[in-house]
Structures are given as structure tokens and as C-alpha cells.
Design a protein around this ligand. Structure first.
Ligand code: HEM
Ligand SMILES: [Cu+2]
Length: 568
């Protein structure tokens, strides 16, 4: 990197936080341009929405504990699962991972902040706004959108009450806004990673989390304009009389399915790639070994990006897709198993003969990886056209993608919270509560999502509020698992709140980890390395190799230690 670049971390001095912004706890409620504050804002709001989505899920599972639709009627149930899916994806997982991007990217690459701090704050503030818009749909006549989180026309174009302001309208508006917010975020993350690395940090010295974040955000840049455009067209069809998707006006409903899945399949990897990055960061620390096959893992991230963009039709195998096309997309889908499998082998290779410490972050990592191997197997099954046509509209699918989205990705999110909490709050979490949280979550999620595969194979359709009594046992188990997951959040929330308020003071590097962020005091100062931007001289996973990460390393360690001892 040349020192004349406007993004050089040694030159860039963004005016942040915004002059006059509060520097106590109130900063988390203000328009703040510090990436660390924005990161915590994202994570806190996303966790609130995890609770909202969880309550919706428990109402659904309460309904499904007995075969007849006795708790809520089927129309209400449709609204519940549409909102549950939307909240979990758009208001929990995407935002919380953007939170980690904000917290981790600058400190991991030695940058003072994101490339565009004001744009960053703007992208964040759009998120609670679209959250409120989405939630408001519970209050409009007719209730929230009930056409599923995929909102296929012609169903999503029905407007029986004839009102302009309806649940579907608010849903589309929220999705379009979330698309714009995520595009703004992606521009920022990609620019930051490309332009603001510390001197000496070539691509192949960069932590895997940054590789996976870049690979994921490139999907956002390519795919989101398509989804957002498609959603705006849907909004026009619904409310302003156009016919992009209305067959009676010459439109084509299939066009929407293509727009939707062109983005929404790769979107799985927008969420999965950073979690793969999190696993790859945490395993070496708690196994005390370098990440096995680091450069292959790094490159595999981009292979996943490329392949993920050419598989979307596997969601449309039974939408009248011609056989030749099904075959093409079956093959491209299965190819993704190659770079993904490489990652799984790299994790196992990292664990092999490691000195494994079973702390909470490691437990969530290991649990997540085990569940992911299972989800990968059912995923390849679903990619096989004849199997998919057989079980594609059953609970098998619901079981499969909850294994991905909850039992793998949300496990990774918890691992990351436990691992980086001391760095960003300056306080330690309570290990015993963490372990209790892990055990309840693992048992609860297995009980919840494993029997769904079985019900699906027996033929239980998805998206139903009532079912045949032969599926009763699987559903009772799943509901008990769901309630257990609800219980599991109690030790978690207790831990987060009480540790942050009065946990033990965190040293700069509580886990003896390697990486630029662990050279900083806990919590890091506003501009991270300030004027001390380090020169990187080695890769980030030198466990057991006993070599310094940066030039003159002791100086940073002393600095962090001195700062860590100062009372706030
Ligand atoms: C607390 C644990 C959870 C429970 C008990 C639960 C339960 C459910 C249920 C009963 C459905 C309706 C399935 C159907 O009839 O098709 C559903 C759908 C869905 N859930 Fe969850 N869920 C949980 C966690 C999550 C999480 C963490 C996410 C995402 C981060 C998520 C994403 C979705 C999505 C996207 C759908 C839409 C289903 C579809 O398209 O068929 N869920 N969930
Ligand atoms: Cu897909």
C-alpha cells in the first residue's frame, strides 16, 4: 500500500465520533460514526429481534403441539410464520453479522474505522426503521403479510381489503429498505478491506474472517440490486396497477421467482461465510494450532461466492422448470459441496492433535460444526432433483434449513459473542452460565429440528397449522425443543447484561489469541491503533510457532497492558 492513499490508516482521520457526540453509554443511542459503537448497536437491536422472532416461533410451536388448529386459526398462523421467517433473517441474522463486520474488520486489519463512517451510521439507522415498519404491519387492517417470507406472486398480489396500506405493502417496503441498507454496508466493508489494511498485511496475511466478509459482501453487491429491484416491481404491481408479474396484464410470475432466488439462495452464504470465518478464527485459539490449510480456506471462500451465484434454480425444481435446466442446477449446487467440504476438513485438521480447551466459544463452534456436517448431508439430498420433488414441500426442508440457520449459523453467532465480548466491552463473561446456555441450546435445537426431518420423510407438509395425528410424536418433541430454546436464552441474557454491568475487568488478551485486535487494550480506544499503526510481519495463525505478528510487538503489548490497567 502506498502512503499517499487517502485510505491509508496512518493518514485517515475521520471525524468520529461526530463532534459533540456523547461518550458514555448514551453513545449507543446516538448517531455515532465509530464502527465499534455501530457494531454493538447492530448486535443489540438484532438480539432484541431474535427474542421477537423466538416468541413468534413459540406461538407456532404451541399451535403445532396438537394436531388440530386450536390455538390460532390458519390465517393467523400464515402471518406468524411469514413474520417469524422475515424477522429471523432480515432483522436478526443479517444485522447481527453486520454488527460483527463493524466490530471486527477495522481492528483485525489495523484500520482506525470503516472507510465511510457516516455512510456506515446511515446504513445502521435504516435497520431499526425498517424493523418498525415491519412490526407495524401487525397493526394494519388485515394483519401482517401472510404469503410467506418469499412472497411469491400471484398470492402476494392479492389485496382482498383493497386498502393501500396493508401488511404486504409494509413487508415489501421493509425488504426494499433492508436491501438498500445492506448495499450501503457492503460498499463500506469491501472498500475498507481492500484499501485500509495495515502496512505489511497482504491478502495472505489477513485473518480468514476478513476474507469471508469480503466474499460475502461481494454477493451483496451483485445480488441485492436484483432482489431490491424485484421487490420494488412487486410493490408497483401490488399497489399501483403495473403488471410485471401479473399474467393477465402480460407479466410473468416466474420472473419474480428468478429475481428472488438469484439473491436469496446466495444470501444463505452471506450469512454462512462470516460464520465459517468465525469458526476459522476461534478453533485455532482453543486448539492452540495454526489454521490448517489457511490459504486454501481463504480461496475457497471466493469459490463459494462464485458458485453460490449460479445455483438459484434449485429452489424452483417444482415450479415448472424444464428437466435439462433442473439437471444443470443440480450439478452446480452439488459443486458447492467441494469448497465447503474443504473448509470442514480444514477445521477437522486444525483440531487434529490440538490441545483443546472446551471453553464456551469452543463448545458453540464444535456444536455448530457437527450440526453443519449433518445439514450438509441433508442439503446434498435436497439438491438431488428426485429427492427434492419428493420431500421439497415437507418438514424435511424446514428441518434442513433450521439446521443451517439456527444449529450452525446461530451457534456461530453465540461463539463469536462469547469470544469477543471481553475485547469490546472490557468485561469477562461468566463461564458457567455460558456452558449452561450451550447445553440447553444444543439439546433444545436437536429436539426441535431433528424430528422435523422424520416428520417430513413421513410426508408432513410444511406451512400448515394442523396435521394428521400420525405426525404427533415428532411435533410434540419439536415443540418441547422449542420451549427449551426459549429457556436457554435466560442464562444467556443474564450473562450478557450482568457481565457487562459488573463482570471482572478483561485483560487485553484473555485467550492468548493471535491477531491485531488482541494487541489493543480492552475495549479498544476510539481510533484503534491511533498513531501506533503496526507493521505486520507474519500471518495470523502462528500458534505454537513462536514468532511475532507485528514489528516491535512488545511495544503494542505494553501499550495494551498499560491502557488495560487504567480504571475507566
Ligand atoms: C427458536 C427456534 C426456532 C423455532 C422453534 C422455529 C420454528 C419455525 C416454524 C414452526 C416455522 C414454520 C415452518 C413451516 O410451517 O413452514 C419456521 C419457519 C422459518 N424459520 Fe424458524 N424457528 C426457530 C428459529 C429460527 C431462526 C434462528 C431462524 C433464522 C435465523 C429461522 C428462520 C426461519 C425461516 C426463514 C422460516 C420460513 C420457513 C419456510 O420458508 O418454509 N428460524 N420456524
Ligand atoms: Cu438455495
Amino acid at each position: 500500500m502506498t502512503s499517499t492513499s487517502p485510505f491509508d490508516p496512518r493518514v485517515l482521520k475521520a471525524s468520529h465520533p461526530v463532534p459533540g457526540a456523547p461518550d458514555n453509554w448514551r453513545r449507543f443511542f446516538s448517531f455515532n460514526t465509530d464502527a465499534k459503537v455501530i457494531g454493538i448497536q447492530y448486535i443489540a437491536v438484532a438480539l432484541l429481534f431474535l427474542l421477537v422472532g423466538g416468541v413468534l416461533a413459540m406461538i407456532m410451536r404451541g399451535e403445532l403441539i396438537t394436531p388440530p388448529a386450536d390455538l390460532v386459526d390458519p390465517t393467523v398462523y400464515n402471518g406468524l410464520y411469514t413474520m417469524h421467517g422475515t424477522v429471523m433473517l432480515f432483522l436478526f441474522l443479517f444485522p447481527i453479522l453486520n454488527g460483527f463486520n463493524n466490530l471486527l474488520i477495522p481492528v483485525m486489519i489495523g484500520a482506525p474505522d470503516m472507510a465511510f463512517p457516516r455512510l456506515n451510521a446511515l446504513a445502521f439507522w435504516m435497520f431499526p426503521v425498517f424493523g418498525v415498519i415491519l412490526m407495524a404491519s401487525f397493526l394494519v387492517p388485515g394483519g401482517p403479510s401472510s404469503s410467506g417470507w418469499w412472497a411469491y406472486p400471484p398470492l402476494s398480489l392479492q389485496n382482498p381489503l383493497g386498502l393501500l396500506l396493508n401488511g404486504q405493502f409494509l413487508w415489501i417496503l421493509a425488504v426494499a429498505l433492508s436491501g438498500i441498507s445492506s448495499i450501503l454496508g457492503a460498499v463500506n466493508f469491501v472498500t475498507t478491506i481492500i484499501r485500509m489494511r495495515a502496512p505489511g498485511m497482504g491478502w495472505f496475511r489477513m485473518p480468514i474472517f476478513c476474507w469471508t466478509a469480503a466474499a460475502a459482501q461481494i454477493i451483496q453487491l451483485i445480488g441485492l440490486p436484483v432482489l431490491t429491484g424485484g421487490a420494488v416491481m412487486l410493490l408497483f404491481d401490488l399497489s399501483f396497477g403495473t403488471s410485471f408479474y401479473r399474467p393477465e396484464g402480460g407479466g410473468d410470475p416466474m420472473l419474480y421467482q428468478h429475481f428472488f432466488w438469484f439473491y436469496s439462495h446466495p444470501a444463505v452464504y452471506v450469512m454462512a461465510l462470516p460464520v465459517f470465518g468465525i469458526f476459522s478464527e476461534i478453533l485455532p485459539v482453543y486448539a492452540r494450532k495454526p489454521l490448517f490449510g489457511y490459504s486454501v480456506v481463504a480461496v475457497a471462500s471466493f469459490a463459494i461466492t462464485g458458485l453460490s451465484l449460479i445455483v438459484w434454480v434449485h429452489h424452483m425444481f417444482y415450479s415448472g422448470t424444464p428437466q435439462w435446466m433442473r439437471n444443470v442446477f443440480m450439478v452446480t449446487t452439488m459443486l458447492i459441496a467441494v469448497p465447503t467440504g474443504i473448509k470442514v476438513f480444514a477445521w477437522i485438521g486444525t483440531l487434529w492433535r490440538g490441545r483443546i480447551r472446551l471453553s464456551t466459544p469452543m463448545l458453540f463452534c464444535l456444536g455448530g460444526i457437527v450440526n453443519f456436517i449433518f445439514a450438509g448431508i441433508t442439503g446434498v439430498m435436497l439438491a438431488t432433483v428426485p429427492v427434492d420433488i419428493h420431500v421439497g414441500n415437507t418438514y424435511f426442508v424446514v428441518g434442513h434449513f433450521h439446521y443451517v440457520i439456527f444449529s450452525t449459523l446461530t451457534f456461530g453467532v453465540f461463539a463469536a459473542i462469547y469470544h469477543w465480548f471481553p475485547k469490546f466491552t472490557g468485561r469477562m463473561m461468566v463461564e458457567s452460565l455460558g456452558k449452561l446456555h450451550f447445553v440447553l441450546t444444543f439439546v433444545g435445537s436437536t429436539l426441535n429440528f431433528l424430528p422435523m426431518h422424520w416428520a417430513g420423510l413421513m410426508g408432513m407438509p410444511r406451512r400448515v397449522a394442523s396435521y394428521d395425528p400420525e405426525f404427533a410424536l415428532a411435533n410434540v418433541l419439536a415443540s418441547l425443543g422449542a420451549f427449551l430454546l426459549g429457556v436457554a436464552t435466560i442464562p444467556f441474557l443474564l450473562n450478557v447484561v450482568s457481565s457487562w454491568a459488573r463482570g471482572a475487568k478483561a485483560p487485553p488478551n484473555p485467550w492468548q489469541a493471535i491477531g491485531l485486535e488482541w494487541l489493543l487494550p480492552s475495549p479498544p480506544p476510539v481510533e484503534n491503533f491511533e498513531d501506533h499503526v503496526p507493521t505486520v510481519i507474519s500471518g495470523p495463525y502462528g500458534y505454537g510457532l513462536n514468532r511475532p505478528l507485528v514489528e516491535d510487538q512488545q511495544r503494542y503489548v505494553d501499550w495494551a497492558e498499560a491502557a488495560g490497567r487504567i480504571e475507566p
